[in-house]
Design a protein around this ligand. Structure first.
Ligand SMILES: Nc1nc2c(ncn2[C@@H]2O[C@H](COP(=O)(O)OP(=O)(O)O)[C@@H](O)[C@H]2O)c(=O)[nH]1
Ligand SMILES: [Mg+2]
Length: 440
């Protein structure tokens, strides 16, 4: 996601490396690069202009000149600018207290991801707050739309109201009644979309909205659309008074146009992003985290949150100490590989570690390879795991045989281990993954 912008912006920071002081000229170059990157990502021109003006004004202000580390300060300014574009803070759904029916309406073009998102949202609300959710099938035009909603409802483990399969306005009202009488907490309305904004469609969804007075009216937007999405968002917003946006397909290689433009232009918060086709592929939108990922400065917060689920603080302290003292053995390396697997895909972890994103550009992480590495270490004796230096000659051959690999691969694991040992030592000295863990 947003790879173009990410690369261009981190390249623009590189220009600044090595300068003890940042001059207006080299900030100027960096700013030009950022401008070009945003335009190439199809960000709305007005948004680009405002953004550039803002960071320029801040960057050449007194603040930076006096700063201890001008480069960091500049990165911070760009970061804050991006956070501001994306929406400053995350905004939750407007859920009423349990026991009172909350209505959520989803609107947007066909193919934007409404039906998929309806299921994801139902699951999210049900899981996070144990609320009783009902989905309402108000797309009666597209063949199989109702079955699709039934399928996602089943995946989410929530009920789906189908009605007469003909009259969307009638179905919406009946589903509302059904939700009331059935003691549901949340009703989510899936509506129809067209390939373009269309009067009839707008009138229909407007009528549903007027009848049901939803607490949240969410514009579902395909983030691959670029700034063209903004025009559509405007129309929906004018007609429906949208309360928020869900950007779908954030996992695809979206250039970023929609993400960067929408909040500024319609002034409505992005509430969620869709990150896969699957039922659990929905994430709360945190502007700071996305900004942090875009800048390649690492999303420490997410990483720490994930890491905390697995490491106890005590384990973390032990590991951190080991890394610092270079007392890190192959056994620890194996534990690390296993933790990595638990934490999720390696790539997403690496992306969150400051400075890793750049280094990762040409590296392909292969989980199969990780498993082979694990097998190799598992074939080592305890003594060997504690001291890799004794692994020579026949030991190597035995390990290769035991793990069904080759001596070459055993060598490679040891090399990798040594490399990661060095890397970890460096990481704990500077800003590393354990910084935020409060190791006291
Ligand atoms: N990769 C990815 N695909 C998505 C996402 N959300 C929806 N899709 C896909 O987009 C297509 C259209 O989705 P659908 O929910 O039918 O759109 P609707 O016409 O607005 O109801 C389907 O193939 C979905 O699987 C997402 O967040 N990521
Ligand atoms: Mg649909």
């Amino acid at each position: 996601m947003l790879d173009g912008i990410t690369k261009a912006i981190s390249d623009s920071f590189k220009v600044l490396t090595g300068n003890a002081r940042i001059t207006e000229t080299n900030i100027g170059n960096a700013i030009n690069d950022i401008r070009t990157a945003l335009i190439e990502a199809d960000v709305n021109m007005v948004v680009v202009k405002d953004f550039i003006n803002e960071i320029t004004a801040k960057a050449i202000g007194e603040q930076v000149v006096r700063a201890v580390n001008p480069k960091d300060q500049f990165i911070k300014i760009v970061n804050d600018g991006i956070v501001d574009i994306l929406g400053s803070k995350s905004e939750a759904l407007k859920l009423k207290p349990k026991g009172t029916l909350t209505v959520i309406l989803l609107a947007g073009l066909q193919g934007a991801g409404k039906t998929t998102t309806a299921g994801k949202l139902a699951r999210y609300i049900k899981n996070s707050d144990n609320r009783k959710v009902l989905l309402s099938a108000c797309d009666v035009y597209r063949p199989a739309a109702i079955e699709q909603l039934q399928r996602v409802g089943e995946l989410a483990g929530v009920d789906v109201f189908v009605g007469d399969k003909k009259d969307a306005i009638k179905i919406s009202k009946e589903s509302y009644k059904h939700a009331k009488s059935g003691n549901y907490d949340v009703l989510i309305i899936d509506t129809a979309g067209r390939l373009h904004v269309d009067k009839d469609m707008m009138m229909e969804v407007k009528k549903i909205s007027k009848d049901l007075r939803p607490d949240d009216i969410l514009f579902v937007c395909d983030s691959m659309m670029g700034q063209h999405a903004v025009e559509i968002a405007k129309e929906f917003n004018d007609t429906l008074e949208v309360t928020g946006v869900i950007l779908t397909k954030f996992d695809s290689d979206t250039r970023g146009g929609a993400a960067f433009s929408i909040k500024k232009v319609i002034n409505k918060p992005i509430k969620f992003i869709g990150v896969s086709e699957k039922i659990d592929g929905l994430e709360v939108f945190y502007p700071e985290r996305i900004a942090s990922r875009i800048l390649g400065m690492g999303d420490i917060v997410s990483l720490v949150e994930k890491a905390e689920q697995i490491y106890t603080e005590e384990e973390a302290i032990k590991l951190e100490k080991k890394m610092r003292e270079a007392d890190f053995t192959l056994q620890d390396f194996l534990d690390q590989l296993e933790q990595m697997n638990k934490l999720g895909s390696m790539e997403s972890i690496m992306e969150m570690i400051p400075g890793m994103k750049d280094k990762m550009a040409n590296i392909n992480i292969d989980e199969k390879k990780i498993n082979r590495q694990k097998a190799i270490i598992q074939s080592m004796t305890k003594r060997e795991r504690n001291d890799h230096r004794i692994i020579v000659g026949t030991r190597k051959r035995r390990i290769a045989m035991g793990s069904g690999t080759s001596i070459l691969e055993v060598d490679q694991v040891i090399k990798n281990f040594q490399k990661s040992k060095q890397m970890m030592k460096k990481m704990t000295k500077s800003k590393g993954m354990f910084d935020g863990l409060n190791l006291g």
